[in-house]
Each structure stands twice: as structure tokens, then as C-alpha cells.
Design a protein around this ligand. Structure first.
Ligand SMILES: [Zn+2]
Length: 131
């Protein structure tokens, strides 16, 4: 049996402020704390996962994305700012996707080729460290 594990990397504090107060704030460090907890658990249980990361989280906390990548997990796009695709025009969606993929690729340590979809490549076997 093959199992799959995915993680949504977004900051719910940021999203709740948007939805409840119609105010835009940057992602908070809560998201980094959650990533650290999951990376430790996944390391302990030898689990590899796909982390779907918003572009704003990657832009705000680049070291966290590097740590995900360096631990051998797959990094994938979860939109720039967690906006529903159904709320965007085709042009807005294309821009959102390009901006997100560009940001995620810059935050990764590996030079893997970026595929022109949400997927950013296979988890690597080797490990590296984030500086
Ligand atoms: Zn999500």
C-alpha cells in the first residue's frame, strides 16, 4: 500500500483577519512554528510529504521553505495568497501562479527544474542545510 501525506502551509491567523475583518496582514510566525513541529514529527517517523506553500509565506519566511526542501520533502504551490481560483480571472490566475512558482523556486536550495504546473519536482534523496 502506498500512502500520501500533504500539508497546507498557510497562516490561519492571517486568513481569519482577512475573512473576519477584511484586513490584509502579512503571515505571522505561527506558520513557522507549525512547520517546525511537523518537520520534527516527519523526521522521527521517516515520513516524506508534499508541502503546498503559499507564495506570501515563502516570501515572508524563506528559511522555513529552505528547511522543508532540505529535509527531502516536496515543495509545491498553494497560490500566492490562498485566494480561490474561482475568484480570479484567467489572467489573474496566470499571474498568481507565475509569482508563486517564481518565489518558491528562489527559496529552494536545489536546482531542480520547475515544472509549469503546481508541482515543483520530486523530493531529493540528498540533504543539505539552510544557512
Ligand atoms: Zn489551504
Amino acid at each position: 500500500m502506498t500512502n500520501a501525506m500533504t500539508v497546507d502551509v498557510e497562516d490561519w491567523h492571517q486568513l481569519l483577519v482577512r475573512y473576519m475583518a477584511a484586513e490584509e496582514i502579512p503571515p505571522t510566525s505561527n506558520v513557522v512554528e507549525g512547520i517546525g513541529i511537523l518537520l520534527a514529527l516527519f523526521e522521527e517517523w521517516a515520513i516524506r510529504a508534499t508541502f503546498f506553500v503559499t507564495g506570501r509565506v515563502a516570501e515572508t519566511f524563506p528559511a522555513a521553505i529552505c528547511e522543508i526542501d532540505s529535509a527531502g520533502h516536496e515543495v509545491a504551490a498553494h497560490g500566492w495568497d490562498h485566494r480561490p481560483v474561482s475568484d480570479m480571472s484567467q489572467q489573474e490566475f496566470a499571474e498568481d501562479l507565475r509569482r508563486t512558482l517564481d518565489t518558491l523556486q528562489r527559496r529552494r536550495r536545489s536546482g531542480d527544474t520547475v515544472l509549469p504546473i503546481f508541482h515543483l519536482g520530486q523530493p531529493r534523496n540528498g540533504r543539505s542545510t539552510c544557512s
